[in-house]
Design a protein around this ligand. Structure first.
Ligand code: KG4
Ligand code: ZN
Length: 349
């Protein structure tokens, strides 16, 4: 008998994603994004995102079913990201998922979006090892997870205490006068600069702060340091190199992320690292992770970028892992949870 067919719905932020997964095989993955509607505001407008989900959800479900060559009657389970995320956006996807599960008479799984960012790698690089570390970095999250079992046992080792890595890049992009979202622009500029030109601070990386927050991140002090540097040059009427600022800033972010992640690998005796989230596109993070992980004997798995930005495949992948593990489904009156704990893989029955 073939494995169950899981339909996954993602709607935590500005992407409406629907995917179909059978076992570890991705049959279809369709995404609609409302980013263009937010760009002129310089950030996601929650109300605009919610309305866009409402319009996109049904057509996206239909497009995914068509692309997979299946019908709703073939679906064996529905998974939806029920947190963390924007409450209005979450509500639209979750309401749709409940309606589908109820109408089709199949189980519903409310799953954790952040853990989905790690789970999707199984569709690309095959079954996970017994334990691994996941670094999930995007505009909304910067989390370090110890994954003992992706369906049942995830431990949050640390997260950002303020800005997410992508968010810090977007803010520095604004300081440098680059378009929103600034992350990719800062990355591109950084490649032409000197990463050692300016000594920007590494948050929570020394002394008592490091001891108290070994695996947490903080990027707001770094962003302020960049702002002070730029103000200092302007006040003094001095020229500066935007490429050097971008490169030195990128170096500080990548250095902290990789240093803390590798320390966690050593401490927990883990030999595999999965990196997910839209910020995994960052070129300096990729370079530094590849270089230092190779030296430390840690294998790095990074899914292709289309599976790192928010998508339905990550939610269907996690739903499929839950079904395989025999985890009980979530209740049909499942509530969305905008700050869902990272230790919660799925909402319990
Ligand atoms: O996962 P994602 O598409 O959306 C969420 O935030 O959930 O991540 C997008 C974030 C944005 O902050 C964007 O500026 C940043 O990741 N980003 C980058 C790069 N590509 C995307 N930041 C730095 N370098 C990049 N190459
Ligand atoms: Zn995400």
């Amino acid at each position: 008998m073939s494995e169950p067919l899981v339909l996954g719905i993602e709607s935590t932020c500005d992407e409406t994603g629907v995917a179909l997964v059978r076992g570890r095989e991705l049959l279809a993955d369709v995404t609609a994004s409302s980013m263009d509607e937010h760009a002129r505001f310089g950030g996601i407008v929650p109300e605009v995102a919610s309305r866009a989900h409402l319009e996109a959800l049904r057509p996206t479900i239909t497009a995914a079913l068509d692309a997979a060559g299946v019908t709703l009657a073939d679906v064996d389970a529905v998974a939806v990201a029920s947190g963390p995320g924007l409450v209005g956006s979450l509500t639209v996807g979750t309401a749709g998922a409940k309606a589908l599960a109820l109408g089709l008479g199949v189980p519903l799984y409310g799953v954790n979006h952040v853990i989905g960012h790690a789970a999707v790698d199984e569709l690309v690089h095959g079954p996970f090892p017994e334990r691994f570390l996941a670094l999930v970095v995007s505009g909304g999250h910067s989390s370090l997870l110890l994954v003992n079992d992706v369906a049942t046992d995830v431990v949050e080792l640390g997260q950002t205490l303020d800005d997410a890595a992508g968010e810090a890049f977007d803010k520095v992009g604004r300081l440098l006068g680059l378009p929103y979202p600034g992350g990719p622009h800062v990355d591109r500029l950084a490649r032409q600069g000197d990463p050692a030109a300016i000594a920007f601070p590494r948050g929570l990386s020394k002394g008592r702060e490091l001891a108290r927050h070994p695996y947490d991140f903080s990027f707001s002090g770094l962003k302020t340091a960049v702002a002070r540097y730029l103000e200092g040059r302007a006040d003094a009427g001095e020229e500066y190199s935007p490429a050097d600022v971008a490169a030195s800033f990128s170096e500080a972010v990548a250095d902290v992320l990789v240093t803390k992640t590798l320390r966690a690998c050593a401490e927990h005796d883990v030999r595999t690292l999965v990196i997910g989230g839209g910020f995994s596109a960052n070129s300096r993070l990729r370079e530094l992770a590849a270089e230092r992980c190779a030296a430390a004997g840690v294998e790095v798995r990074i899914p292709p970028i289309r599976y790192c930005t928010d998508n339905g495949a990550m939610i269907a992948a996690l739903g499929s892992a839950l079904v395989r593990a025999g985890v009980a489904p979530s209740p049909l009156d499942l509530a969305v949870d905008s700050s869902m704990a990272l230790s919660l893989v799925s909402v319990p029955a």
